[in-house]
Design a protein around this ligand. Structure first.
Ligand SMILES: Cc1cc2nc3c(=O)[nH]c(=O)nc-3n(C[C@H](O)[C@H](O)[C@H](O)COP(=O)(O)OP(=O)(O)OC[C@H]3O[C@@H](n4cnc5c(N)ncnc54)[C@H](O)[C@@H]3O)c2cc1C
Length: 406
């Protein structure tokens, strides 16, 4: 009996398990390891952080997907894996051995070594971190009533990329709740964004990116571009304009500083000695590691190069799901015949849509630019599609996803 071990129950890992289980023929067993008992939709973390959606709306039990006849689910933290010894070390369980390993450990917050960012800014890469942001916001707003320090009403988002822009939109929606806690008007809550770039949202055309930026600004969000964060100190962000480190530093103060400048792949990938850059490996066409044919590396820990591209595809939930599906098909073939599929992994994006709060969005879907309410509905359809692809209709209904506007 061959042992397949899957690390991580995010989009990539859970999709692999879901598909591979369907091909079970008694010749292999799957072991899935994940930190939490639940899968979370990382694409909606900003909503939990802003308090516009509860945790329950973006999570579902891994057990709902696991078929116990084929798969053993271990809730634990992976502390290391060794591609040479073909073993996985867990925090609270015995070491696992594998014949085939699927590494789908996802992303972590990347601070690029910026002084104080790790200590003084809030990351938003897990459900716990997103909930901590919301709890922190309510705490500082409540404190404002006792001690009206204006910085309690200031929120800084460091990084105005896709994630930062989505977060700004959700926070703008959430202002009403924070204002109630602080006893002020929603317009008294000031949201500012800092970004080193001058042209934001490079994944979109000039016109669409400008539309998105103006949409966020129209909600009263201040976006400061060409601003490089040099340091995050308690309650303040220090930045300079342009690339010149010698420029006079500027300061922005706030009791809430949220870090969304970027993500990297799981640090366990570098620690395992794979040829990786910032936790990401360029896999083979079969999504395996170039030096280990029995090790698949998928989702945010993979940097997949397009056939004619210079830069890897952006890491998204959409490509993670596609990789999970391909991995299950390829691995089933390897288990059955000893050979990879004749076709390598091919990716076709459905598009990218950024939400700006609950009812507005912009982006590209099915090759066409889309804006406003229609774009927002499209985004929710894409999210439904993701949920459906892993969890099936049951999960979609359970989450009330067809009820598009909450
Ligand atoms: C706010 C936000 C908005 C986004 N919006 C979009 C969008 O609109 N569209 C889109 O396509 N993409 C979007 N993304 C990107 C998308 O969420 C990621 O690309 C996607 O989650 C990657 O999937 P994954 O399966 O590789 O990893 P993850 O979703 O990160 O899953 C990894 C899993 O591994 C587990 N894990 C990690 N380390 C360990 C360990 N040591 N031991 C055990 N378990 C571990 C984690 O708990 C998690 O369950 C967004 C991301 C964010 C943060």
């Amino acid at each position: 009996m061959k042992q397949v071990v899957v690390l991580g129950a995010g989009y990539a890992g859970l999709k692999t398990v879901h598909e591979l289980q369907k091909k079970a023929d008694g010749s292999f067993k799957i072991t899935l390891v994940n930190k939490n008992s639940y899968h979370y939709e990382a694409t909606d973390l900003h909503e939990v952080a802003a308090g516009t959606e509860p945790k329950e709306k973006i999570t579902y039990d891994v057990a709902d997907i696991v078929d116990p006849k084929v798969t053993t689910f271990i809730q634990d933290e992976v502390v290391a894996f060794d591609p040479a010894a073909k073993t996985v070390d867990l925090k609270n369980h015995d070491q696992l051995s594998y014949d085939y390993l699927v590494v789908a450990l996802g992303f972590i917050s990347e601070t690029f070594g910026i002084k104080g960012a790790e200590e003084n800014a809030l990351p938003m890469t897990t459900v716990d971190e997103a909930e901590a942001i919301h709890a922190h916001l309510l705490k500082v707003m409540d404190e404002y009533k006792q001690n009206p320090d204006p910085d309690a009403l200031n929120i800084i988002i460091a990084g105005a990329g896709f994630t930062g822009i989505e977060l700004a939109g959700a926070l703008a929606d959430g202002r009403k709740e924070y204002a109630e806690h602080a006893g002020v008007n929603p317009s008294d809550i000031k949201i500012s964004m800092l970004d080193a770039g001058t042209r934001l949202l490079p994944m979109f055309s000039d016109e669409l990116a400008e539309y998105g930026v103006n949409l966020v600004k129209s909600l009263g969000v201040d976006i400061i571009t060409d601003a490089r964060v040099q340091e995050v100190a308690p309650g303040k962000t220090i930045y300079v304009f342009g690339k010149d480190e010698e420029q006079t530093p500027h300061e922005l103060t706030a009791k809430t500083i949220i870090w969304t400048t970027g993500v990297s792949g799981s640090p366990l990938v570098d620690a395992a000695g794979l040829k990786a850059r910032r936790g990401r490996v360029i896999p083979t066409e079969h999504l395996t590691d170039a030096d280990h044919d029995d090790l698949y590396i998928i989702g945010d820990v993979a940097a997949v190069m397009p056939p004619d591209g210079q830069r890897p595809y952006p890491t998204t939930a959409q490509i993670a799901l596609a990789m999970g599906k391909y991995t299950a098909a390829d691995l089933a073939n390897v288990l059955k015949t000893g050979s990879h599929l004749s076709e390598g992994f091919v990716y076709k994006s459905l598009g990218t849509v950024a939400s700006v709060g609950n009812t507005r969005a912009f982006g590209v879907a099915m090759g066409r630019e889309t804006k406003g309410y229609l774009a927002s509905a499209t985004k929710k359809m894409i999210a439904n599609e993701s949920l459906y692809r892993i969890g099936g209709l049951k999960e979609v209904f359970k989450k009330g996803r067809f009820d598009l506007y909450h």
